[in-house]
Design a protein around this ligand. Structure first.
Ligand SMILES: C[S@@+](CC[C@H](N)C(=O)[O-])C[C@H]1O[C@@H](n2cnc3c(N)ncnc32)[C@H](O)[C@@H]1O
Length: 508
């Protein structure tokens, strides 16, 4: 018994020793990686300063940041991003990237070989051309003048085009699965179209792959900024380090900036921008991309940028992330043809908003549809102006919508509670040593877990730690898909509460 106990202790000791060793190795490796990353970032900031990128009115030649901003890490809000190094005032100019530092197709295609090859392929779109130019420049390695910038680009993007069949199915909702399939097909099609040109340009084999194309698409899609002279946009060194917050999220944002303060230095707080709709834009007058604080920031707070108004599916498609609380979220429910045809509102306006309220157009369409066809013409003007048609009509619409939402939730492969549980397990996945242990902990997700295993090509007893980057990426995308569908279901649930509230107030 004693021997047995010693034996157990020894074996557990050796297991914990090897775990401790592995942990030390991982820590050392992690530290080295972090040091390398910070070295690359320093080089980027020095290089950008040389191009005139600056966060102050008095540019310092050795580093482009430090007066207003610093690169920092925000694990729960976009990872690498920009932090305020001092209190910033709403409307303050926080970063300027001169026109000459912007990376455009025009600039990249100055190369003679490249421009001659591009002329022979006039049918490629502006976005495809930018991707090819970008990969061509990347293939030059250190010889490229943009090498310090390229070295700091993320290694992967979880955009929809990178979703495999497993992650697509995990979205569970038809229109989201369809959007993912469309993104994948589009990326494959565009890659095939551009392959001939890329081969002519003799790109390195690893840059010719579909994976490289999807990575480049992710880079271009998530980092390009709008410029008036090129529909493909431009890459904006350092300016592309701002993470995203939805416009309209902040009650003191630009949309409501009529109380913008006029500072001592007119250049610093520019009153002309009080009507600005975005917090970053190319300004002809300054011949630079200019970024402004969208609100007052405290020192060390993350400084965010509104890239545009996107639903969560659009954020996933273009940027590879989503927001739990997205004020621009819209969810769509399946509507029969006779409902659509009862009004002239376009389909994309027939949605349920973040709070579960049917959109103006959806409500007006349902009110009309619930009206006998021969009466629709005479009361159409009331429905289109947003008025209730009658108490009976409103009750019918609300009951119908609540029932529809119930049916949608009932037919979902998983429940809201199950999705929440699954998300918390996915977050803890690194605590498990192998997939078998993990699978045991998830009896409720048998099928989904088996599909995950199949998709990774792993066996249930494979050691999790050795399963590599690809599995980790699949887990990240799986998590995004589950987050998306959970958010969808929560909004549908909010809609049921909304309808129930109206029903009881009308009935009461
Ligand atoms: C323009 S880059 C911003 C800087 C980026 N974090 C980096 O390290 O280079 C856009 C990408 O940042 C990430 N990102 C930006 N805002 C985010 C947010 N609010 N939540 C999660 N990820 C975000 C996404 O990966 C997105 O594709």
């Amino acid at each position: 018994m004693v021997d047995g106990a010693v034996g157990e202790m020894n074996s557990s000791n050796s297991t914990s020793e090897s775990k401790a060793k592995a942990a030390t190795n991982t820590q050392t490796h992690g530290r080295e990686e972090k040091e390398e990353e910070s070295g690359r970032l320093d080089s980027l900031l020095k290089w950008a300063a040389g191009l005139g990128v600056s966060d102050s009115q008095k540019p310092d030649s050795c580093c482009c940041l430090g007066y207003s901003l610093a690169v920092s890490y925000f694990p729960d809000a976009g990872g690498r991003g920009m932090a305020a190094v001092r209190d910033l005032r709403k409307g303050e100019l926080v970063l300027k990237v001169p026109k000459s530092a912007l990376i455009t197709t025009q600039l990249l295609s100055r190369d003679d070989t490249l421009s001659a090859a591009l002329k022979a392929h006039p049918s490629l779109s502006a976005a495809q051309v930018l991707i090819v130019c970008f990969l061509y420049e990347l293939s030059k390695g250190r010889a490229s003048p943009w090498h310090p910038y390229f070295l700091c680009l993320p290694r992967s993007y979880d955009i929809l085009a990178a979703f495999g069949e497993f992650e697509m199915q995990a979205l569970q909702v038809d229109y989201a699965i369809w959007a993912a399939q469309k993104a994948v097909t589009k990326a494959e099609y565009e890659w095939k179209e551009a392959t001939v040109l890329m081969k002519e340009l003799k790109l390195k084999p690893q840059l010719l792959t579909l994976r490289a194309w999807i990575w480049a698409t992710g880079t271009i899609c998530s980092r390009t900024m709008h410029i008036p002279w090129d529909e493909a946009g431009c890459l904006c060194p350092v300016g592309d380090l701002f993470n995203y917050a939805a416009p309209g999220e902040d009650p003191n944002g630009f949309e409501n900036a009529d109380n913008l303060q006029n500072g001592d230095i007119i250049d610093v707080v520019d009153t002309q921008h009080s009507q600005r709709l975005t917090d970053g834009a190319f300004e002809e007058r300054a011949s630079a991309y200019c970024f402004y604080a969208r609100k007052n920031y405290k020192k060390r707070e993350q400084v965010l940028l509104g890239y545009g108004t996107y639903t969560n599916l659009e954020l996933l498609e273009h940027y590879g992330f989503l927001l739990d609380d997205n004020p621009n979220e819209k969810v769509f429910i399946p509507l029969e043809h006779d409902i659509h045809s009862s009004s002239s509102w376009p389909e994309d306006l027939l949605f349920i908003d973040q709070n579960g309220r049917p959109s103006f157009a959806l409500l007006s369409t349902l009110r009309l549809w619930a009206t006998p066809p021969h009466q629709r013409k005479s009361i159409g003007h009331l429905a289109y102006s947003g008025s209730q048609l009658s108490q009976g009509n409103e009750l019918f619409v609300m009951k119908w919508l609540a029932k529809k939402c119930h049916v949608i939730l009932k037919h979902m492969p998983t429940l809201i509670e199950e999705d929440k549980l699954l998300l918390s397990f996915i977050d803890k996945i690194q605590d498990f040593d192998n997939l078998w242990e993990w699978g045991k902990a998830l009896p409720a997700f048998g099928n989904e877990f088996c599909d995950f295993l199949k998709a990774t090509g792993m066996r249930i007893d494979d050691e999790f730690k050795s399963s590599g980057r690809r599995t980790q990426m699949m887990i990240d995308r799986w998590k995004l898909a589950v987050q998306w569908r959970l958010n969808y279901k929560n909004i549908i649930l909010n809609c049921i509460s909304y309808c129930t509230g109206i029903i009881s107030s009308l009935s009461g």
